[in-house]
Ligand binder design. Structure first.
Ligand code: TRP
Length: 329
C-alpha cells in the first residue's frame, strides 16, 4: 500500500482572514498543496465557531468570507479538498466516540480552554471544553499524518495523538499519530499590544485583515507599538521585522533592517512606511482575486459542494470502519 500522505487543517469562521492566520498557517497550506506530495484537505470549521456566542447571520457571513479568502490566497480546489465542517456529519459523530475515551483531566489542561473560559466567563459551554475532541475528529477522520497550524494549536494536536493512542489501545491499531507542521512565523503578535498574539479578540487595531485598504494598513502600521520603552512591548519591533521579512521580495533590504534593529539603530520613521508599502503590494493580488470571487458566488458554492462530497466519501469510510471496530451496529 503506497498511499499519498494526507495533510489536514482547519480554520474557524471568525470573519475575514488576517495576516496572523495567513503567515501562521494558511501560507503553509498553499505551499504544501502546491508541493504535489500530499493529499491536502482544508476545512472551515463552523462547528468550532459555535463555541462562542455568534449569531446566525454573522456565522453565515463569516463562513462565506473565509471561503473567499482561502481561495484568494491560493487554495486551489483542483489540488485540495476545501469544505465546510458541518456539511460532513461524521465530524460530530467521531467526536462523540472520542468523548468517551478522553479523560476530563486532559481537557482541563488545555491552555486555550483556560484562556477562553477566563475571557468569556458568561459562556463557558461544553463545546468550548470539548473543542479538542472535535479537532481530533477533524484530523483523524481523514487519517491525516501532518497538521499545519499556528503554534497555539500545538497542544491540541498533541492531544490528538493521545486520542489516537487511546483508541488503538482499546479497540486495536487503527489511527496514526499526526505531526504538527509550524511555519517560520508560527505566532504573529498584536500590533497594538505585542505581548499578545495577533487576534480578532483584541480588536481591529491588533491585526491587518487581508481585505484592509492601503490607508487602513498605513494607519495600523504607523500606530503599531514598538520596543520604545522596553518592558513587555520589547517584542514589538521584532514582530514588525518578522512581518517585513515575510512579505518583502528583496532579502537584502530585509537583512539590512534586521541588522539595524539588532544594533538598536532602526529608524521607525523610515522603516514603518516601507513596511506598510510592502504589505500593501503583497496583499494587492490577493485582494484583486478576492473581488473577483465575491462576484462569483455560484462558483464558490460549487467548490464547497464538491469539496463536501469528496470529504464525505472519505469520512464515511472511516466511520464505517470505526463503528465496526468498536461494536456499533
Ligand atoms: N482550533 C483551530 C484554530 O483555532 C482550528 C481547527 C479546528 C483545526 N479543527 C482543526 C486546525 C483541525 C487543524 C486541524 O485555529
Amino acid at each position: 500500500m503506497n498511499q499519498t500522505p494526507v495533510i489536514f487543517s482547519g480554520i474557524k469562521a471568525t470573519g475575514k482572514m488576517h495576516i496572523g492566520n495567513y503567515l501562521g498557517a494558511v501560507k503553509n497550506w498553499v505551499t504544501l498543496q502546491n508541493s504535489g506530495d500530499y493529499q491536502t484537505i482544508y476545512s472551515i470549521v463552523d462547528l468550532h465557531s459555535l463555541t462562542i456566542d455568534i449569531g446566525k447571520e454573522e456565522l453565515l457571513a463569516n463562513t462565506g468570507d473565509m471561503t473567499i479568502d482561502l481561495l484568494a490566497t491560493g487554495i486551489d480546489p483542483k489540488k485540495s479538498i476545501l469544505f465546510i465542517q458541518s456539511q460532513v456529519k461524521e465530524h460530530a459523530e467521531l467526536a462523540w466516540v472520542f468523548n468517551c475515551i478522553l479523560p476530563v483531566s486532559e481537557l482541563e489542561k488545555m491552555t486555550q480552554f483556560k484562556d477562553k473560559a477566563k475571557r468569556h466567563k458568561d459562556n463557558v459551554n461544553m463545546g468550548l471544553f470539548d473543542y479538542p475532541a472535535l479537532m481530533a475528529a477533524d484530523i483523524l477522520l481523514y487519517h491525516a499524518t501532518a497538521v499545519p497550524i499556528g503554534d497555539d494549536q500545538d497542544q491540541h494536536v498533541e492531544l490528538t495523538r493521545k486520542v489516537a493512542r487511546k483508541f488503538n489501545n482499546r479497540w486495536g491499531e487503527y489511527f496514526q499519530e499526526p505531526q504538527t507542521i509550524l511555519t517560520k512565523i508560527p505566532r504573529l503578535m498584536a500590533l497594538n499590544d505585542p505581548a499578545k498574539k495577533m487576534s480578532k479578540d483584541l480588536g481591529p487595531k491588533s491585526y491587518i485583515a487581508l481585505s484592509d485598504t492601503p490607508d487602513e494598513i498605513r494607519d495600523k502600521i504607523a500606530k503599531a507599538v514598538t520596543d520604545t520603552g522596553g518592558g513587555k512591548n520589547a517584542v514589538g519591533g521584532k514582530n514588525l521585522i518578522d512581518l517585513f521579512e515575510a512579505f518583502v521580495d528583496d532579502d537584502n533590504i530585509a537583512a539590512k533592517f534586521k541588522g539595524d534593529y539588532k544594533n538598536g539603530q532602526l529608524q521607525y520613521s523610515t522603516f514603518k512606511p516601507m513596511l506598510a508599502n510592502v504589505i500593501i503590494s503583497a496583499l494587492k493580488p490577493i485582494q484583486e482575486k478576492r473581488k473577483e470571487l465575491a462576484k462569483n458566488s455560484d462558483y464558490v458554492a460549487s467548490v464547497l459542494k464538491e469539496g463536501a462530497e469528496k470529504a464525505r466519501t472519505m469520512a464515511e469510510k472511516t466511520m464505517r470502519e470505526v463503528r465496526e471496530k468498536i461494536g456499533l451496529l
